[in-house]
Design a protein around this ligand. Structure first.
Ligand SMILES: [Zn+2]
Length: 228
């Protein structure tokens, strides 16, 4: 996402949804995985990106809707457009800004999990997916650290996103077609509401989206054939 823009959009969303601020975000116990390493001096096969595991850190955001449960029918991909992950985390947990996400994925693949999939948080603003407005209520948000207009996603970011997404897509039966970019759902909203003042911005680029989808599609297919 573009945070400045989403701030605007999120404020718009907030205006439509009452929101109390008393609780902290519900999160599961931290599951910290570390990158597998061998202590053996024997030669081992070089680690491939598929074998890597990524650190996952609970980083709750106070910016979520206490009044409804996320239906988890889709996934919206964003980039933070902030220079550092520290800055992105600061913005996405700033109670005054009312923007949030489910997970931030740093360039080394580290995941900062801000809330569970069933939580409604504020990442999509005015948005439409499959003809339905208000994507925050039925999608989860993935924020890739960085700006894909300036530099591509790292392989670690994509692999980490897939590790995060596979179990969720399987549990909630999210089809690949419902994994989209922020720009796509925003454009769909604008097409449906031509009077909307919401600005269109790239978030994330279609090139990076295609890279993610190519790898995600393979991973979903591999998961299916492993089950069969
Ligand atoms: Zn976005």
């Amino acid at each position: 996402m573009n945070l400045r823009h989403v701030t605007f959009c999120a404020l718009f969303t907030i205006a439509l949804t009452a929101c109390a601020d008393k609780h902290s975000a519900p999160t599961s116990p931290s599951s910290v995985a570390t990158i597998a390493s061998s202590t053996s001096t024997d030669s081992v096969a070089p680690e491939t990106i598929e074998d890597k595991t990524y650190k996952e850190i609970d980083y709750p955001t106070p910016n979520f809707n206490r009044e409804r449960v996320n239906e988890v029918k889709g996934v919206i991909l964003h980039h933070t457009a902030e220079p550092t992950v520290e800055r992105s985390l600061e913005v996405l947990t700033d109670g005054k800004r009312k923007v949030g996400t489910h997970v931030v994925i740093d360039i080394d693949g580290t995941r900062y999990v801000m809330c569970q999939p069933t939580v409604v948080t504020y990442h999509a603003g005015p948005s439409t997916l499959n003809g339905r407005d208000g994507c925050n209520n039925f999608t989860i948000g993935i924020e890739f650290q960085g700006n894909t207009l300036e530099s591509p996603l790292t392989d670690d970011q994509i692999a980490s996103a897939i590790d995060y997404l596979l179990p969720i897509m399987s549990q909630y039966k999210i089809p690949l077609a419902n994994v989209v970019t922020h720009e796509m759902v925003r454009n769909a909203y604008k097409a449906r509401h031509p009077q909307s003042k919401c600005l269109g911005k790239v978030d994330i680029t279609q090139t990076e989206y295609k890279r993610v989808m190519e790898r995600l599609t393979k991973a979903v297919e591999a998961q299916k054939s492993a089950v069969e």
